[in-house]
Design a protein around this ligand. Structure first.
Ligand code: AMP
Length: 408
């Protein structure tokens, strides 16, 4: 069962049209989706959650009697047709999930697509071929954007994972046609912006992952919004170093040490409680079979790397989130891809899932960790966008959102 959110008010911060405000009956609706799903060498989709997350918008459009035209990118085909990156397997999976025929067209602009669109009946669903088979897509080319827009009466963006990109199908197209948010995009904004700006307190941010540099914008933006910040993972060692301690051979970004110091000061000035790991699981090498030890962080020896938070840190962090009412988590607590260094991340995943709080998880790795811990259904919201969710948490305007048509 998903967590019940009725105790938490989520403010609508989206001042843009949404699909529900359009009269789409009998209209051609071009929905930009993010079907950039993992596909193995046998062309089997290994995780279809991105496809599933667009079903509410597609089903709504079908029920309203729209002609539904879906378009997405997949991988990095670098502007050339490459069968490895065809969306054909996605069309098959979508057909199964919708229990309805999905018309797949092996191009995304041109006379063939136009003809097929003309033949569509109300409630039909069509998936176009990979937008990135055309170099014009990523260049946000006007002619390409116009060609896409000519296929439809309305544009709906539901591709949160691509909303931070100013491409023809996320940005350019909005110039030529009324543009609205789909349900997934709306939900992402409500959680990542609405909740973050109006949280029920105490509000705790848990940040991890490899590098401070990747999360610095988020830390700076959240520094005056949260009540507590917990930092784990590789990035913690730069902070520990900034406090004047040695960290053995753990990952440290030397050029970030000064900035880390300034962030510690800023958090203190804002009366934000700041938690760093107190112990580590260490090893000489990042592999499953090398010897591991647990040591207090004051005793990290030369030649050894901190690769996970230790059991004392897990206890400390769990205590720190025990009274939280809102938790946002982005980035693993260690090299969780290797079992020997995954315990800290798994323990924090379970603690976040068990917390009586509105819980938001963002970033591809953290999403994967939550799946691995088997607690997906107990998290209030898992963001579908890695880069996009970070940029939203940094307080940036994303073109895929800001260019949509304003509410009247
Ligand atoms: P990010 O993309 O910045 O969220 O980083 C995620 C990556 O950080 C994962 O692949 C982890 O293996 C890695 N990571 C987490 N903790 C550590 C650590 N202590 N040392 C090295 N890499 C780490």
């Amino acid at each position: 069962m998903a967590k019940n959110n009725k105790y938490f008010e989520i403010k609508d911060t989206l001042n843009k049209l949404t699909i529900e405000e359009l009269d789409i009956k009998g209209k051609r609706v071009f929905i930009r989706v993010d079907y950039n799903v993992p596909i193995d060498e046998n062309l089997v989709i290994t995780d279809d959650s991105r496809i599933r997350s667009t079903l509410p918008t597609i089903n709504y459009a079908i029920d309203e009697g729209a002609k539904v035209i879906l378009a997405s990118h997949l991988g990095r085909p670098k502007g050339k047709v490459d069968p490895k990156y065809s969306l054909a397997p996605v069309a098959k999976r979508l057909q199964r999930l919708l229990n309805k025929e999905v018309i797949f067209i092996d191009s995304c602009i041109g006379p063939k697509v136009e003809n097929e669109v003309m033949k569509m009946k109300n409630g039909d669903v069509m998936l176009l071929e990979n937008l990135r088979f055309h170099p014009e897509e990523e260049k946000n080319d006007e002619g390409f954007a116009k060609a896409l827009a000519s296929l439809c009466d309305y544009f709906v963006n539901d591709a949160f994972g691509a909303a931070h990109r100013a491409h023809a199908s996320t940005a350019g197209i909005t110039k030529y046609v009324t543009s609205a948010a789909g349900f997934l995009l709306k939900k992402e904004i409500e959680y990542l912006k609405g909740v973050v700006n109006n949280p029920v307190r105490p509000f705790v941010a848990i940040l991890g992952g490899a590098k401070v540099s990747g999360k610095i914008g988020v830390l700076e933006n959240l520094a005056d919004k949260v009540d507590k910040v917990i930092v784990g993972g590789g990035m913690a060692y730069t902070f520990i170093k900034a406090k004047g301690y040695e960290v053995g051979d753990s990952m440290v970004e030397t050029e970030m040490i000064d900035l880390a110091r300034r962030i510690i000061d800023k958090l203190r000035e804002n009366n934000v409680k700041f938690y760093l790991p107190v112990d580590s699981v260490i090893s000489e090498r990042i592999d499953q079979y090398s010897e591991t030890k647990i040591v207090p962080n004051q005793e990290l020896p030369k030649g050894w790397k901190g690769l996970d938070i230790g059991p004392a840190s897990v206890k400390l962090f769990i205590e720190a989130i025990s009274n939280a009412k809102t938790i946002i988590w982005n980035g693993p607590m260690g090299v969780f891809e290797i079992d020997a260094f995954s315990r800290g991340t798994m323990a924090i995943a379970r603690a976040v899932a068990d917390a009586y709080a509105l819980t938001i998880v963002g970033g591809g790795d953290t999403d994967f960790a939550v799946h691995k811990a088997g607690v997906t259904d107990s998290i209030s919201f898992i963001s579908t966008g890695g880069g996009a969710s970070l940029e939203l948490l940094e307080g940036k305007d994303l073109p895929g959102i800001s260019l949509l048509t304003d509410k009247q």
